[in-house]
Design a protein around this ligand. Sequence first.
Ligand code: SAM
Length: 288
Amino acid sequence: MSDVCKNWSTWLKKTRFAYMDENQVQQTLNWLMILRNQILDYAHLESAQKIIDLGCGSGLLAFGVIERFQDSVELIFQDKFQDCLDECKNILKDVQTPYNASFLCCDVASLKLEKNYLDRALMRSVLVHIVEKQPVFDEIYRVLKPEGIYCAFEPIISETTRYGDILKGYNISDYDEFKRAEDEFMSRKDDCLVNFSANSLDENLNNAGFSDVLINVDEVKSSYIAKFDAIKSWFITPPAPNQKTMKERYLEYFEEKKVDNFILEVQRELSDKQVEIISKTALIKATK
Ligand SMILES: C[S@@+](CC[C@H](N)C(=O)[O-])C[C@H]1O[C@@H](n2cnc3c(N)ncnc32)[C@H](O)[C@@H]1O
C-alpha cells in the first residue's frame, strides 16, 4: 500500500489534497460545501426522518444533516471502514448541538438494517469506489421505505478530460502509444473508477425498482496554472486507498524508464501553463 495513503480517513484528510496549493485546497473545500448543500436540498429532508449517510467517510453529508436538523432526525453514519467512523466520532466530540446519531460499519451492498427502514439514503462519491454497482442499488432500495428517497453525487471519471486531450499539440515522445494506453485503462469494465456513466446509473436504478429517476449531469470546468511538482503528484497520488496511481497504470503497458520520461515531458510541457479540465458529475435522485 502506498505510503501516502494508508486508509480512507488518511486519504480524505491528506492524500486527496496532496497535489494542491492552499488556494486549490480552499476551492475544493468550498466546492464540497456547495455540493453538500445541493444534495441535502435535493433530498427534501424533514424532521422525524430516518436518514443515512452511506460511505460517510469523514461525515461531509451527515454533519450537514446535524447542522440543519440537530436531534430532530435519526441519523446513521455508515461506512465499510471503522477508521472513518472513528474519525466521525472524534469530530462529534466537538459538536455543541444535540444530535441523534448511530454508527453502522458494513458494506453498503449488505446493510445491517431491516427492509423499509429508512426515509432517506444520502451518498457522495462512494459508487465510484465499488466495482459492482447494481447490488448497491438493490440494497438501498430494500432498506428504503416506500416513497423513500435516494440522493447522491458521483463524479463520472470515464468522461473527465484525459492527459491525451490536454497534451494534444505538445511534442510528447510516443504520444499515440500513451494515449492508446490511457484510453484503454480509462474504460475498463473491472475498474470501479471508470466503469460507469450517467446512463448506466440510470439503468441500475431502474433495474433496482426505483421510480422518478433523475440524473443531472453537470460539466465543471476548472482552469489553473500547473506547477512542475504538482504535475508529478498527479501521477503518483492514489485516487483512493489500494487503487493504482496513474504512473502504476501506465507501468502495465511500458517500462518504468519510459513512463518516467513521459511524466518528465508532461512536467516540462505543462509547467507554468494554464490547464483546463472538464469534469463530468452526476447529481442523482430516485424514489422507491
Ligand atoms: C471518496 S470517499 C467519500 C466520503 C464521503 N461520502 C464524502 O463525501 O466525503 C468514499 C467513501 O466510501 C467508503 N466506501 C468505499 N467502499 C465502500 C463500501 N463497499 N461500503 C461502504 N462504504 C464504502 C470509503 O470508506 C470512503 O469513506
